[in-house]
Write a protein that binds this ligand. Structure first.
Ligand code: ARG
Length: 270
């Protein structure tokens, strides 16, 4: 999992609007530093043996660096996101790339944050709702992509996308999450799945600790979460920590910058 990724670039990254609690138009990224940070993430993926496919960012799309929000992809199919109006201009570029790659692309008539709110774990799909995703999308994801939906609701805008509060570490067993970021029924749903769960503190999760990419062997994550990183190492994962202080100004981290293209098809969790 996570060995083929779609990423844009940070050349047009800036804060033009405030659609999550981390964005401040008065706090702009340093462009050269953001580009360097983004290139270091790509280099880390490649060093871990992952393939990074590329889509050029556009001048009128300042959030395009957060490519995870484009869609959710499984096999030859993709469900395209329906992003906040401020990010609307990104969607035709996402659609064109996915279609050119030969995928069947489905549109949804409801708000949908793409993979930001749809994290695959084998046949399970941890699916956010109530912030950037309308719950009615869940049935579409189940039907079109063949997933068993595990609806998870976060408790504040601080976790506007589920990928800030939950991370799939290895398929199908290890999942990390911040218990305080989820409402009580959601915590219950996650706990009854029989997974190996790692709990992450609000403190570390707020520094985007869970916004990571794992291929099941190497975990690529942000610096600033030493307790969680130590926990991962203790379980035998290789952990690579990277500075994401510029990307953070837009309210995202490593997971946000890459759309997974190789979510396994019809895996049976034993
Ligand atoms: N500025 C972007 C937005 O608010 C950040 C998106 C981060 N993506 C993510 N998957 N969490 O839409």
């Amino acid at each position: 999992m996570n060995t083929t990724l779609l990423m844009c670039d940070a050349h047009h990254f800036r804060i033009d609007y405030e659609i999550n609690p981390y964005m401040r138009t008065s706090v702009q990224p340093n462009l050269a530093a953001a580009v360097a940070e983004h290139e270091a993430i790509i280099a880390a993926h490649q060093a871990a043996g992952r393939t990074v496919e590329r889509l050029a960012s556009r001048p009128d799309c300042p959030d395009m660096v957060y490519t995870a929000n484009a869609a959710v992809v499984r096999g030859g199919r993709a469900v395209l996101a329906k992003l906040p109006a401020e990010r609307d201009a990104e969607t035709p570029h996402h659609r064109a790339w996915l279609t050119d790659r030969g995928l069947d692309v489905l549109d949804v008539p409801y708000a949908f944050s793409g993979q930001g709110d749809a994290l695959a774990c084998g046949d399970l799909l941890f699916t956010g709702y109530g912030q950037r995703t309308d719950r009615r999308v869940h049935a579409v994801l189940a039907e079109y992509l063949g997933y068993q939906i595990v609806p998870l609701r976060t408790v504040s805008q601080r976790w506007y996308d589920l990928d800030l509060a939950v991370a799939v570490i290895s398929n199908p067993h290890t999942v990390a999450y911040c218990p305080d970021a989820l409402d009580t029924p959601s915590r219950g749903r996650l706990r009854e799945l029989g997974l190996d769960l790692i709990e992450v503190s609000v403190d570390e999760a707020s520094r985007f600790a869970l916004n990571l990419i794992s291929d099941g062997g190497t975990v690529t994550m942000s610096t600033g979460a030493p307790v969680f990183a130590a926990e991962l190492r203790a379980r035998g994962f290789r952990v690579v920590e990277l500075d994401t202080s510029e990307l953070r100004k837009g309210g995202g981290g490593i997971r946000c910058t890459a759309l997974t293209l190789d979510n396994p098809i019809a895996v049976r969790s034993s």
